[in-house]
Design a protein around this ligand. Structure first.
Ligand SMILES: [Zn+2]
Length: 125
């Protein structure tokens, strides 16, 4: 699992709500066909640096419904990758706490869905 480190943080900065380095990538699939792939570090970018993700992503998080692995419809659209920054290309903007809470909820939902897949692999029940 790859480790992502925030390029905006200085080594000594420690007063952030979310850690400046996190391992792992999340893919959220929505029922409208949108698929987003991003590092877990996205919460740090949004909360601690006021990063503004693409409008489509904000809309999906606020109003979309997840298509989970446990769902029967596994049609997958083309995944859009966001939040893989290498330099100073953060777009700054304001997002509500409601957005962050909802994004966390969706990430948890996706995590739990993947857990289910792990425990009930092919041939298991
Ligand atoms: Zn940072």
């Amino acid at each position: 699992m790859a480790l992502y480190i925030c390029p905006k943080c200085l080594w000594k900065e420690k007063d952030h709500k979310y850690p400046r380095a996190m391992a792992g990538v999340i893919t959220l699939r929505f029922k409208n066909g949108h698929v987003w792939t991003f590092p877990r570090l996205i919460l740090h970018y949004i909360h601690d640096h006021n990063w503004l993700p693409p409008k489509d992503f904000v809309d999906d998080v606020m109003h979309g419904e997840l298509l989970l692995y446990s769902s029967t419809d596994l049609t997958i659209g083309v995944s859009r990758e966001i939040g893989f920054f290498c330099e100073d290309d953060l777009v700054i903007g304001e997002l509500s706490d409601q957005f962050i809470n909802r994004l966390k909820l969706l990430i948890d939902e996706e995590d739990q869905s993947s857990e289910v897949l792990r425990y009930y692999g092919p041939g298991e029940k």
